[in-house]
Design a protein around this ligand. Sequence first.
Ligand code: NAP
Length: 291
Amino acid sequence: MEIIDGNQVAAEIVAELKAEVAGTAGRKPCIALVRVGDDPASISYVKKKEKTAADIGIESRLIFPPVTITQDELCALIDTLNADATVDGILVQSPLPKGINEVAVFRRIAAEKDVDGFHTLNLGKLAQEDETGFVACTPAGIMELLQRAKVSLSGKHVVVLGRSLIVGKPAALLAVQRKQWANATVTICHSQTKDLPAITRQADVLIAAIGKAEFVTADMVKPGVVVIDVGVNRVPDATKKTGYRLTGDVHFPSVSPLCAKITPVPGGVGPMTVAMLMKNTVKAFRQNRAS
Ligand code: NAP
């Protein structure tokens, strides 16, 4: 069994982006990081993004409106960033305060600056295999991890647990693409799927993204499977200072001995998400300069 090290792969991507940015003359890529209010988790996520951007040489424009901002004011702020030619990517940190329509805000971001890949147009481009679009960072990170771990999906049966627009569906669309390393046969499962273990046991590659701690157990996989565990769940743990530990959607102790390869939680898919956000930002910069 081999552990796929997301920290190492993310560091490789950051180093590649740093070299690319260092080699570009003139203005550097710029990402606007919009964080509404003072939610502690959002503060820490945005700090991590700001730090990784700085490591690469990407400029971060930090905009922290108060929690009292209205939907119209937030949309007006996004319009200003959309119109600013020196801003290549826009990231609005989720969750937004109650009363603000998150989907409407994400759709307001110009598709060519939508480095989170949530815009309808970018989802459409993914479905059309149009590479000018932006793919959501977590599924893009999953595919990058698989490729760099030399796991070809071609002809394999990929089972995706979860059908969210930010993980499950785009991951399935990527796996089924007409590309040499993709070309998978894909099954998407969700909460209404009947006899889930019978399906997961057929998986050559299992992508678990349901948000249920240690849901996938040894009896649900076949020997030799590659498992990508996307889940991030907090489970109470009195031995930890925080009172909890992080765990994935897969019961790692019993499943990992059966796997050819598996991602751990933490340290698997998680670090890839920020790296892919930066990759999207550099792509947006490249496309912005070429337009
Ligand atoms: P989500 O929007 O809540 O979607 C969960 C999906 O799982 C839904 O499609 C749901 O089915 C399905 N599901 C729930 N219970 C199920 C069950 N018992 N059997 C089969 N399917 C079931 O979650 P998400 O945003 O995709 O995130 C999934 C997990 O990934 C979470 O733990 C999240 O924290 C984590 N995550 C990690 C990263 C990262 O960077 N590592 C990024 C994003 C998300 P229905 O559609 O029928 O409800």
